[in-house]
Ligand binder design. Structure first.
Ligand code: C5P
Length: 241
């Protein structure tokens, strides 16, 4: 696979064209951003760890029947993926109340309801990613009702698979943000983007220690060490791909 020009330069990831029009190489940078890009910092080694973790998790999800854009890891910081027209919808699945949900409702972080909470947000930095619902997703012309229902069902399935996997390594999956898009080769809607400590909350089951991007958001230090901890635990149960 020949890596060609940059087609999109994001805050934390860079996308390269390849000699196959339906495949891209995604490079994970040593950068963290938070609070709608207000907070930003460089962390040596974070890109490699996020790439490796995301590759392990997307590969595992694929093995569990959750189709996604990941094909293979092609370097420490890079992975080959199917090219996707990403839908501007963030699907957040919450197993426990934390983060912006706790702040918004004035609830202390940690409440664990019996049901799952699914939130949909319209991915638009200028609007600060406003909440939408399935009617709005259809009204905005982004998806059909059948498609958004399929996306939410797939997100819930992915959450279950990831929750069980993390539990095997002593980590609780508190929440996860998932993005979907249409593959350019056949138009199917599949899971894409990344799944990593940047896009999920991961709490150590024994100590409650945060092993995710909240370490950066909340100035807790040891960001890279926490990501390495997650990666090393994952490699005890998953094979590199
Ligand atoms: O901040 P909030 O509680 O809404 O985040 C919910 C989940 O979505 C967290 O796992 C967080 O890391 C993730 N998230 C994300 N990208 C954003 C906002 C939140 O991956 N822009």
């Amino acid at each position: 696979m020949i890596k060609k020009e940059v087609i999109y330069n994001g805050n934390e990831k860079q996308f390269f064209a390849t000699d196959d029009p339906d495949k891209v190489i995604i490079r994970y940078k040593d950068v963290a951003v938070a609070f709608n890009n207000v907070k930003r910092a460089r962390f040596e080694g974070k890109g490699e760890l996020s790439n490796k973790i995301s590759a392990l998790l997307l590969g595992y999800l694929r093995d569990c029947g959750i189709r996604n854009h990941f094909i293979e890891r092609v370097g420490d910081n890079e992975q080959l993926c199917r090219r996707i027209e990403i839908l501007p919808i963030e699907v957040i699945v919450r197993n426990r109340v934390a983060g912006s949900l706790a702040a918004r409702l004035g609830i202390e972080e940690g409440l664990k309801p019996d049901n799952l909470i699914v939130e949909l947000r319209y991915n638009d930095d200028e609007l600060d990613d406003p909440f939408i619902n399935r009617d709005l997703a259809v009204a905005l012309g982004l998806v059909s009702y059948a498609e958004i229902d399929g996306i939410v069902a797939e997100a819930k399935k992915a959450n279950e698979v990831l929750k069980d996997l993390f539990h095997r390594i002593g980590i609780e999956l508190v929440d996860v943000k998932l993005e979907f898009g249409r593959a350019t080769d056949n138009g199917e809607i599949i899971l894409s983007d990344e799944v990593s400590p940047d896009t999920s909350r991961l709490w150590d089951e024994q100590t409650g220690e945060r092993l995710d991007k909240d370490r950066f958001r909340l100035d807790l230090s040891d960001v890279v060490a926490s990501y390495r901890n997650v990666y090393e635990r994952l490699t005890t149960v998953l094979k590199e791909n």
